[in-house]
Design a protein around this ligand. Structure first.
Ligand code: PLP
Length: 404
């Protein structure tokens, strides 16, 4: 049996999305900026996609949606845009648990002389809002805080965060890449100024994203050149992918409550079964509101990478909560920020489900995983992380990273 439980990394493209995209690779190849009908009719389809994306995030006006090449570009454009719009301000507020798209950029900006406040989270992955409030100053150009964490699924209280930022006059950017399509978003009713989403996380194509910029916010563009996207993002549009993202947004919007409920049920079943069948396991972020599809579970004294390799041999795709560089596994920055005890830090596995996930798949994972955990525990000495690469019978760490 093949089980794909790595949907926070990327999702399967829906057949109806592919169908919507295909004409734009074949007979409808016009440039949407052209004056003639052959091109401008493509422009009309982009306008349709913009409205579909606007509906998914509850934007007041589709004009607030700018298409980009991915979530990472949207994150970069949001932060760099606000820094350029407020050049006298040299301070950024973000969290220690952001995706590398924000983390890497803010580390880079720190080296360039900006001051960054990295907000802590507690052991359950929750932010301290008083710490946030204290961090926002006259000098803060932007606060960038994710909606939902890609590793644990923990959801931050965006409405409260936005209210604090508004009260201090600081623009708020929200990375909603993992939230869009999984939980309802009504951005028009929230004190949020910019919002990032990405097509491939909700059954659209890869390499296309969107940035919501609230009407009235001054937004200097990140990509400079032509007049596309009303001068807010230059470059000939990735037409087929934009159309595909629009169609995926439409489907996700229509199915959201039912899909979210079904995923949450399966995820909860998986969580309960694994906690029962695998001794010394714990769920990271369990006490916080979480995305309906995400389960991050640690197995004490084990290496998540080794579990993944053995799961892969059984046809199960999952991910660790850790990133690896050059074969040496680094504990996840998210779990470290949550002060996950050292015994549990390396043994995290993330299962992320989708609307295609089934009870049969959950049962299959629950049958396959306990013997894997038992086998690896045989290699591990109490108090130590199992390191099968040092055992002749072991399974070498794969060196693969957590994605998404
Ligand atoms: N932000 C979060 C929270 C993510 O999970 C991801 C994707 O992995 C990104 C940003 C980057 O999105 P993209 O893969 O479209 O660049």
């Amino acid at each position: 049996m093949d089980v794909y439980f790595d949907n926070n990394a990327t999702t399967r493209v829906l057949p109806e999305v592919v169908e919507a995209m295909l004409p734009f690779y074949t007979d409808r190849y016009g440039n949407p900026s052209s004056i003639h009908r052959f091109g401008s009719s493509v422009g009309e389809k982009i306008a349709e996609a913009r409205a579909q994306v606007a509906a998914l995030i509850g934007a007041a006006d589709p004009i607030e949606v700018i298409f980009t090449s991915c979530g990472t570009e949207s994150d970069n454009a949001a932060i760099r845009g606000m820094l350029e719009a407020r050049p006298d301000k040299r301070h950024i507020v973000t969290t220690k648990v952001e995706h590398s798209a924000i983390l890497g950029l803010c580390q880079h900006l720190e080296k360039k002389g900006y001051r960054v406040t990295w907000l802590n989270v507690d052991q359950e992955g929750a932010l301290d809002l008083t710490e946030l409030e204290a961090a926002l100053t006259q000098d803060t150009a932007i606060a960038s805080i994710m909606w939902a964490n890609n590793e644990t699924g923990v959801i931050f209280p965006i409405e409260k965060i936005g209210a604090l930022a508004r009260a201090k006059g600081v623009p708020l950017h929200v990375d909603a890449v993992q939230a869009a399509g999984k939980i309802p978003i009504q951005i028009k009713n929230l004190p949020v100024d910019l919002l990032t989403i990405s097509g491939h996380k909700f059954h659209g194509p890869k390499g296309v994203g969107a940035l919501y910029v609230r009407r009235g916010i001054t937004f200097p563009p990140f990509m400079i050149g032509g007049h596309q996207e009303k001068n807010r993002r230059a470059g000939t549009e990735n037409v087929a992918s934009i159309i595909g993202m629009g169609r995926a947004a439409e489907v996700a919007y229509g199915r959201l409550p039912a899909d979210a409920a079904a995923m949450a049920q399966l995820r909860d079943d998986l969580q309960k079964l694994l906690l029962e069948s695998c001794p010394e396991s714990r769920v990271n972020g369990a006490e916080q509101p979480r995305l309906p599809n995400t389960l991050n579970i640690s197995f004490r004294h084990l290496e998540g990478e080794s579990i993944l390799v053995l799961l892969d041999q059984q046809g199960i795709c999952a991910s660790t909560g850790s990133a690896c560089t050059a074969g040496s596994s680094e504990p996840s920055h998210v779990l470290r920020a949550m002060s996950v005890p050292v015994d549990w830090l390396q043994g995290a596995v993330r299962f992320s489900l989708s609307r295609f996930s089934s009870e049969a798949e959950v049962d299959y994972v629950n049958r396959m995983l306990p013997p894997i955990v038992q086998r690896l525990r045989g290699f591990s000495k109490t108090g130590q992380i199992a390191d099968p690469s040092k055992s002749s019978r072991g399974v070498p760490a794969s060196g693969r990273r957590a994605r998404g």
